[in-house]
Design a protein around this ligand. Structure first.
Ligand SMILES: [Zn+2]
Length: 52
C-alpha cells in the first residue's frame, strides 16, 4: 500500500492528497499548480486517522 501525504502548498494554498511518487515529483519539480518550490514541510503524513 502506498503511503499518502497531504500536500498543502504555502504559495497558492492548494491542498491535495498525494502518494509517495507524486510527492517526489512535486519536491523535484515544484507545486503542481503554481510550480513554486516546495519542501518536505509542505507535506504531512495522511493516514486513516484524521487526528495527527
Ligand atoms: Zn502552489
Amino acid at each position: 500500500m502506498a503511503r499518502t501525504f497531504t500536500f498543502d502548498c504555502p504559495v497558492c494554498e492548494v491542498c491535495t492528497v498525494v502518494d509517495d511518487d507524486v510527492r517526489d515529483l512535486v519536491l523535484d519539480e515544484g507545486c503542481v499548480l503554481c510550480a513554486a518550490d516546495v519542501t518536505r514541510a509542505a507535506f504531512s503524513p495522511s493516514s486513516r486517522g484524521r487526528d495527527r
